[in-house]
Every structure is written in structure tokens, then in C-alpha cells.
Design a protein around this ligand. Structure first.
Ligand code: PLP
Length: 404
């Protein structure tokens, strides 16, 4: 296949490293390769670059540099945020609140903590994937030591009301006499939503560089000063003792450069994606009956469109698109290949039968209206084709399953 012709509509899975980021990283592979913990000038270059990167990230998050911890990505950030706080506060309580639609990087660490004697409340969501902030507050008990609610969902793109949750948690804290640390997984939010941790009122926040045109295997965990936290990885005293291991200098520089660029371009990229996304959503719903848009109609990421198609096999649809030079996903890339239906689609109450026919399209900076039109034509043909093979598929009723 001619690579130049690839229509890439899977930016929620990953993004390419942009050239400015790559250029910023290059000196740290060969020229300034020193271990930042060593004492000679070569090492000082790396150390300085890491501390500059930390200030750049802190500027975007509106926090202190000392509150920024670099690590290996979103999965590590989520794991260490949850396990780190749970371990530090174990003597105070063993109850954690999260939602039923979190990424597996949150859900599976919660499941593992349950085996260690913690109790976890998995809050339900409504049909749009929205968590009710009052449900979070109501779930708090005197044993609660952590709340973890994602900022934006990686499958259906719904944006959660994080600020409302943090305000309600603060009220509960006033009543209880102690604060309950609040973590948010902002992996899908970066580049599209405001990451100001003071505005959001969060104590911990996870980021992953490869979602915003930075390198893979690099991430950030914001930890507010004073948040009880125990490291989950042991070794040297890097990252002020919060994350052991020789720093990935090039990756850290790449992460900070990418985040800085993403923040600078947030407004224009969001507007660009929003325009394309709305054309895409309207096009799909108008062309294909028996189709439902998942996620919230307005509280959603500007680059996400997620559908289910009645009488369609999502994986076959993805393969058909791939043969036409279009990259897209069914649900999240991380769960591709798993046997069960998406836990997010189950949580929003979709019929199990319908969950198989899903398609996630996620736009990016370089997506174009040609990409969208190519996609629309291809999906229309493929869905009609699959349905024609399924002779018993109902004749068009003129009313889509739902057209939010
Ligand atoms: N959290 C969310 C919401 C994600 O979408 C992802 C990746 O898709 C992760 C966490 C894991 O991030 P990483 O791929 O950097 O481990």
C-alpha cells in the first residue's frame, strides 16, 4: 500500500512524533548522552535539559516544577497515582472510588488492589457516558482514600465534569476534616482540553506523550505538593525519589516540547477537528440508517466520533477500511483483539449485540476534509455491503437508532 495515501483516523490510539519534537530530542541520543546523575559537564547538559522540560510542563499544567514526575507513559502514571496514594493512605482507609468506563490502566490496578484488601466502587455512567458528580460525593465514606475519574473517555470521547467533582470533594473534605486525593487520567484530554490543575482542582493527573505528537513510552504524572504518595518503583533517587530509574532525557525533552506545542495550538487544532468531526457525524448519520452516535453530543472531545452500526461486524469494517487505506479502530486500540465486548459500551447500556458493530474515528492536526469524505464513502459502501450479505437486515425505517 502507498503509505502517502494513508488516511489516518486513529489519533486516539497514537500520533506521529512531529518534526519540531524530533529535532528537540535528537541531541540527547548521541551528543548530550550523559547520565543526568553524573557529575561532569556532559551530564549537566542532560540535567539542565530535564529541568527545562519540567518547567515547560509545569507551565502548561499551572503547577510547580517540583510537582512534575516524568515516567514511561499513561499506564505507569495511572498505576503509580493509584497504587502510590493507596499505599500511602492504607492506615487511614481502604476505599477507592472510580468509574466503570476508565481505561484498563486504571481499572486493572483497582482490580489488583481489591486482591490486596481494598474496596473499590465503580460508579455507573448515564447513556452518554457521563458520571454524575453527586454520585462521586455520595459514594465517599470515612474509609475513602482516593477518587480517580478520567477527564475524557478514550472510546466514546465523553468529557467528564472534573471541576464539579473536585468542588464536591472539597466540600466533603471540609465536612470530614481531611482531604481525599483526586486523580484524573487526562491522557486523551491533552491537546484538546485545559490542563490547568488549579482550575480542575485535581491532586494527581496522568499524561502520555504519544497522544500529543510526542514519543511513545514517555509520560507525566502531576502530584500536588502534600499529596500522600509512596513510590511504586524502587531503585535510585531520581525524580526526587518518586520514580527510580535513569531518566529518558530525549523522551523527557520530547514530551515537554510536544506538550508545549499542543497547548499553544490547542484552540486552532480543536476548532479544526471540531469542524471535521461534525461533518463526519452528520455524514454518517445521514447516509446510514440503523446507526447510533455514542458519547455525549456536546461534552465530547473535538476529535472523537464513535458509532455503532446495526447488523455490522466492527472488526470486518476496520479490515475493509484498512484495505482502502484508512486507519480506524473499534473502541480502544489497547483492547483490540480482546474477546469480550467493550466495557465502556456495556456501561452506557448498549445491547450486547450492537456493541460488536462499533467504529471509533479520531481526528488530528493534519486530518483534512478529503480524509473525511473518503471515509464517508468507504464506510457507506462497507456497511451496505455487510448488510446485503446479512439478508435478514431490516429495510430502512428512516429513523436512526438515535441521532444525538
Ligand atoms: N489512559 C487512557 C485514557 C488512554 O487512552 C491510554 C492509552 O490509550 C492510557 C491511559 C495508557 O497510556 P499509554 O499508552 O501511554 O500507556
Amino acid at each position: 500500500m502507498d503509505e502517502a495515501r494513508l488516511v489516518y483516523l486513529d489519533h486516539a490510539a497514537t500520533t506521529p512524533v512531529c518534526s519540531t519534537v524530533l529535532e528537540a530530542m535528537m541531541p540527547f541520543f548521541q551528543k548530550s548522552f550523559g547520565n543526568p546523575s553524573s557529575l561532569y559537564p556532559l551530564a549537566a547538559d542532560s540535567r539542565r535539559a530535564i529541568e527545562n522540560a519540567r518547567s515547560q510542563v509545569a507551565e502548561v499544567l499551572n503547577c510547580r516544577s517540583s510537582e512534575v514526575v516524568f515516567n514511561s507513559g499513561g499506564t505507569e502514571s495511572d498505576n503509580s497515582a493509584i497504587r502510590g496514594v493507596a499505599q500511602a493512605l492504607r492506615a487511614r482507609g481502604n476505599h477507592i472510588i472510580t468509574s466503570s468506563i476508565e481505561h484498563y490502566a486504571v481499572l486493572n490496578v483497582c482490580h489488583s488492589l481489591e486482591k490486596d484488601g481494598f474496596n473499590v466502587t465503580y460508579l455507573p455512567v448515564d447513556g452518554f457516558g457521563l458520571i454524575n458528580p453527586s454520585d462521586v460525593s455520595r459514594a465517599v465514606t470515612e474509609r475513602t482514600i482516593l477518587v480517580s475519574i478520567m477527564y475524557a473517555n478514550n472510546e466514546i470521547g465523553t468529557v467528564e465534569r472534573i471541576k464539579e467533582v473536585s468542588m464536591l470533594l472539597r466540600e466533603r473534605a471540609d465536612y470530614l476534616g481531611y482531604a481525599i486525593p483526586f486523580h484524573t487520567d487526562a491522557v486523551q484530554a491533552a491537546g484538546f482540553l485545559d490542563l490547568d490543575v488549579q482550575e480542575l482542582g485535581v491532586d494527581l493527573l496522568s499524561l502520555s506523550a504519544h497522544k500529543f505528537y510526542g514519543p511513545k513510552g514517555c509520560g507525566v504524572l502531576y502530584i500536588r505538593t502534600g499529596t500522600p504518595y509512596e513510590p511504586t518503583q524502587f531503585g535510585g533517587s531520581q525524580e526526587q525519589g518518586r520514580r527510580a530509574g535513569t531518566e529518558n532525557t530525549a523522551g523527557i525533552v520530547g514530551t515537554a516540547t510536544a506538550l508545549h506545542l499542543a497547548a499553544e495550538q490547542r484552540q486552532s487544532v480543536s476548532e479544526h477537528c471540531l469542524r471535521l468531526r461534525d461533518t463526519l457525524i452528520q455524514g454518517i448519520l445521514a447516509r446510514l440508517h440503523g446507526t447510533k452516535l455514542n458519547g455525549h453530543p456536546t461534552l465530547r472531545l473535538p476529535n472523537n466520533a464513535h458509532f455503532v452500526f446495526e447488523g455490522v461486524d466492527g472488526e470486518a469494517l476496520i479490515m475493509g477500511l484498512a484495505l482502502r487505506g484508512i486507519a480506524a479502530s473499534t473502541g480502544s486500540a489497547c483492547s483490540a483483539g480482546s474477546l469480550g465486548p467493550s466495557h465502556v459500551l456495556e456501561a452506557i447500556g448498549l445491547d450486547r449485540e450492537l456493541t460488536w458493530g462499533n467504529l471509533r474515528l479520531s481526528l488530528g492536526r493534519d486530518s483534512s476534509s478529503e480524509d473525511v469524505h473518503q471515509l464517508l464513502d468507504a464506510v457507506e459502501q462497507l456497511v451496505h455491503g455487510q448488510r446485503a450479505e446479512e439478508n435478514d437486515f431490516p429495510v430502512p425505517t428512516g429513523s436512526p437508532l438515535a441521532s444525538c
